[in-house]
Design a binder for this molecule. Structure first.
Ligand SMILES: *[C@@H]1O[C@H](CO)[C@@H](O)[C@H](O)[C@H]1NC(C)=O
Length: 430
């Protein structure tokens, strides 16, 4: 599928030009004309200089007026404005650069002065809160009032498209459509079939054990992300991405680390990497705010990554659509039980883009949440060995050392549920 050719930066500048320069230029020209009528001579150079000069002035005026109206509104509501961080550079540009640089190595949202802060990068409010009551209001009690909004949709569009992750609850029709499309697939019966997960889990554990025998540490988050990617892809579209087939990274301080670079042409490694990089680009865009396209003048920063994702995904989706249209002719399709999420989806629509967006969204939802929660759980268990041994006791007594757990087992294992609940309370994935 072709993606738009114009880079986000060029599109943004064009829009900006139309909405800022034109009105400014026309007013400057009108003033110039009037001056001419009065007998003054005005050179075109002066007019151009005035136009260019008027743009930042106009923006400053806009920021100023907006500021006053916010203060008025706050006073009227008896509210207090969220405290702003004070950077050294105009528009808090120094803070913005800092946030982007530390994004990869630190947690976002650990304000160092108070639970709620306005980063206000490039004169655009960017409010971060860790106050539980606020989070509850946003995610639960007043959810419909906190839409993702046009800004997030624009930043994520090149990856999530029109899928369920990128739609707002208050766009009711769209949201219901997503739910009615995706939900019926996730029946009790289907989610209680653990075979796929068990098989990939065993494989992941075997890889970890290999390394432990060599007395080497593993990157658990990397390992478990591959487990969730492989099991989610097999569960959703019947084709496993097989990222567990790529050699695990070695710790930096070992001999092996120097010669364990991923081999070129390795599809699984390429897909995994591209998918993560594309997601990373979305967070970077959201953090920069409305002006993010200015950092992507030459090209869409997600384009090369999405090309890799497309190369893997498109043939699978096309095959599913083809299978469905052949089966539909023989009438066998309607009654057959859907094997995968994809089989289910192609019965509802033959629109390639919808199928693709929906699949990518669910893949993202199923993968990162699980990987993140399991990583946090292992981290916490490593810090609390007494909890780990109690958990192990429950598992050994209910399931034993080798058997695959059943849905019934899981329902009865209250301790593992409590451990996961507590993990999700401390490190919520969504
Ligand atoms: C874990 O959380 C779920 C959902 O809130 C709840 O239904 C369940 O009872 C909790 N389990 C335990 C053992 O706390």
């Amino acid at each position: 599928m072709s993606r738009s050719r114009v880079s986000p930066g060029v599109a943004y500048l064009t829009r900006g030009l139309l909405s800022v320069i034109f009105p400014t230029a026309s007013s400057v020209i009108i003033v110039g004309r009037l001056a001419c009528l009065q007998g003054f001579s005005v050179s075109p150079w002066l007019l151009s200089a005035m136009t260019l000069g008027a743009v930042p002035l106009g923006f400053a005026a806009y920021v100023f007026v907006d500021e006053i109206s916010q203060r008025r509104k706050a006073t009227r509501l008896g509210a207090r404005l969220v405290p702003r961080i004070q950077g050294k550079w105009p528009g808090n540009l120094d803070k913005l650069v800092n946030v982007i640089l530390t994004l990869e190595v630190e947690y976002l949202g650990q304000p160092n002065s108070g639970p709620t802060l306005n980063y206000r990068c490039l004169w655009e409010d960017y409010i971060v809160t860790t106050e539980p009551q606020h989070v509850k209001t946003i995610l639960v009690t007043d959810f419909h009032n906190y839409v993702k909004g046009a800004k997030f949709r624009e930043a994520a569009d090149s990856i999530l498209g029109t899928g369920v992750f990128n739609s707002d609850g208050n766009l009711r029709r769209a949201f219901r459509l997503h739910r009615t499309m995706t939900r019926p697939f996730f029946t009790h019966d289907r989610i209680s079939h653990f075979e796929i997960f068990d098989r990939h889990a065993n494989r992941a554990i075997a890889l970890a054990k290999d390394r432990f025998r060599m007395d080497l540490a593993i990157d658990f988050q990397d390992l478990i992300s591959r487990f969730t990617l492989d099991s989610a892809s097999e569960f959703l579209f019947g084709d496993c991405i097989d990222s567990l087939s790529v050699e695990l990274p070695f710790p930096d301080n070992t001999l092996q680390s120097t010669n364990s670079k991923p081999r070129p042409g390795d599809n699984a490694a390429a897909f995994t990497n591209a998918f993560s990089q594309a997601q990373h680009a979305i967070s970077r865009r959201v953090i920069i705010g409305a002006a993010w396209p200015m950092t992507e003048i030459l090209a869409d920063s997600t384009a090369q990554h999405m090309k890799v994702v497309d190369k893997f995904l498109d043939p699978i989706l096309e095959a599913a659509l083809r299978r469905h249209s052949t089966a539909a002719k023989s009438d066998a399709d309607e009654t057959a039980e859907d094997q995968t999420f994809l089989d289910h989806l192609v019965k509802l629509t033959s629109d390639f883009k919808i199928v693709k967006d929906e699949t990518l969204n669910i893949l993202l939802a199923g993968r990162d949440t699980t990987a993140s929660t399991l990583t946090s759980a292992i981290y916490l268990l490593a810090m609390h060995p007494e909890i780990l041994s109690r958990l192990r006791e429950e598992i050994i007594s209910k399931v034993g050392p080798t058997r695959m757990p059943t849905y019934g087992d899981i329902k009865e294992m209250k301790y593992i549920q409590a451990v996961l609940n507590e993990t999700m309370r401390l490190f919520p994935a969504v």
